[in-house]
Design a protein. Structure first.
Length: 450
């Protein structure tokens, strides 16, 4: 690593020693940028990288809410407006017990490059809370969301910062958050949030977009390898919003998800999760009994392996981790490599530890695709939702899906081209980092130093 990159990384490690996920993502991105920094010595003079690893703004707030028994609780909320050089801050909200500043910061940093890859004018942000939605009633979730938005509404807006969903935040939460925003502001500004319900400005295909986009990206990789999607068997982790989209699109394209893993173990369904009955059962199962996927195996008579992940199973063609960060560590990466599978397509944000990712990238028989490119269809369609809200029109599902498809083709293309430009072959990880970085870097350079 060149001296400037090394000094930026060292400084991040010193300042953020207690935020390992943030250090991890910075290290992963910077490790791809050496040839770009060598080509642009002017970046060091204005400390472009030092500025890029520092959020423009990040704030913490108190969120107080009352449970159904009249007991009051105090949670913490965060919003990290990481980089607004190419558009209004944009990124999801995560409600999960283990959320803390380091998680929000890592996600905001990733979001900056991902949003740039979409080709649309959106800056990077992320937010969330350590509130645990599991087991909460609707009324409790509503009161929590209202309190969260009361603390946040002054600092967001359709041209300022546009939150959306992420883990633990879906259509229900976005509805409660928007209701409170409207109540407090007294204006119809539905472009302030995306992932909304269709009755008040949501976009068709947004719920499916991340999973559909991931499958479109996979198709591009397969095309590059003169391979096809038909008949491919896929192993995923996570069967939430993103996993659901993957399962649906895989079926439409003639592939099938035959393994899926959850917090309690993994399910093997050799027939694939291909029917509406199975997909609907998963939705019901999550709503009733989060953290468990065993009920699926009981209902459909398939194998369930408790306490294990499906990384390393041999009878699949593609692995797609789609649950959470650092799901695939070195031990799993070794099993994946030994399984002989060719395609490792990251979908969740940073699902692979850096050592495991580098190990997989070094395997000649494996193609690794990075999450910030693969999952960018979600935020991409969020940006299309913003466009529809601005023009007060509703696009058809076909139109949105068509644009999503084109976007994913382009993300794959610019990533592959960026890697080739710097003599890195078909390195989609480095290519996505470089392509995402270039646009943000150019915008920051042209806007002066601050
Ligand atoms: N939603 C979106 O549009 C986008 C999401 N992403 C990323 O994709 C990933 C998944 O997000 P999303 O589907 O929205 O989230 P959801 O909350 O809808 O689903 C998360 C899934 O992961 C499972 N899970 C939770 N903890 C574990 C664990 N310890 N081991 C295995 N599985 C676990 C959950 O199981 P259970 O239901 O049983 O709790 C659930 O099936 C995240 O990394 C997110 O940041 C990225 C881009 C956009
Ligand atoms: O749709 C959005 O704005 C954000 C999606 C998201 O959180 C992500 O891409 O990780």
């Amino acid at each position: 690593m060149n001296a400037y990159l090394a000094s930026v990384l060292e400084s991040v490690k010193t300042k953020h020693g207690n935020e390992p996920e943030f250090v991890q993502t910075v290290e992963e991105v910077l490790s791809s940028l050496e040839p770009v920094i060598e080509k642009h010595p002017e970046y060091e003079k204005v400390d472009l990288l030092g500025r890029m690893v520092e959020p423009e703004r990040m704030f913490t707030f108190r969120v107080v809410w009352c449970d159904d028994n009249g007991q009051w609780h105090t949670n913490r909320g965060w919003r990290c407006q990481f980089n607004g050089a190419i558009g209004p801050y944009k990124g999801g909200l995560r409600f999960q017990k283990n959320v803390y500043e380091g998680i929000i910061k890592f996600l905001g940093f990733e979001q900056t490059f991902k949003n740039s890859l979409t080709g649309l004018p959106i800056g990077g942000a992320k937010g969330g809370s350590d509130f645990d939605p599991a087991g909460k009633s609707d009324a409790e979730v509503m009161r929590f969301c209202q309190s969260f938005m009361t603390a946040l509404y002054r600092y967001i807006g359709p041209d300022i910062d546009v939150p959306a969903g992420d883990m633990g935040v879906g259509g229900r939460e976005i509805g409660y958050l928007y209701g409170q925003y409207r109540r407090l502001k007294g204006v119809w500004e539905n472009g302030v949030l995306t992932g909304k319900g269709l009755s008040y400005g949501g976009s068709l295909i947004r719920p499916e977009a991340t999973g559909y986009g991931a499958m479109y990206y996979l198709q591009e990789v397969l095309k590059h390898e003169n391979d096809t999607i038909e008949g491919k068997r896929i192993a995923i982790s996570g069967y939430g919003n993103v996993g659901w989209g993957i399962m649906k699109k895989a079926t439409q394209l003639g592939a099938k998800v035959t393994y899926f893993a959850g917090p309690d173990g993994y399910v093997h369904d050799p027939d694939g999760v291909i029917t509406d009955e199975k997909l609907n059962f998963i939705l019901e199962m999550r709503a009733k009994d989060p953290m468990h996927c065993k009920p699926y195996a009981d209902k459909f008579g398939c194998e369930f392996v408790a306490g294990e992940k499906c990384w390393g199973v041999k009878d699949v063609d593609v692995y797609m981790p789609a649950a959470m960060q650092n799901d695939v560590k070195m031990e799993s990466a070794e099993k994946i490599a030994a399984s002989g599978v060719k395609y490792y397509i990251e979908v969740a944000n940073m699902p692979t530890t850096n050592d495991a990712l580098n190990y997989l990238r070094a395997q000649k028989h494996i193609i690794v695709a990075p999450s910030k490119a693969v999952n960018a269809g979600g935020v991409g369609v969020s940006a299309l939702e913003m466009a529809q809200n601005s023009e007060r029109l509703v696009w058809t599902a076909e139109e949105v899906d068509h644009q999503l498809h084109k976007m994913m083709e382009n993300i794959h293309k610019v990533s592959a081209e960026a890697a080739a430009e710097y003599g890195l072959g078909y390195d989609l990880v480095a290519g996505a980092n470089i392509a995402g970085f270039k646009k943000v870097a150019e915008a920051m350079m042209e806007q002066g130093c601050f």
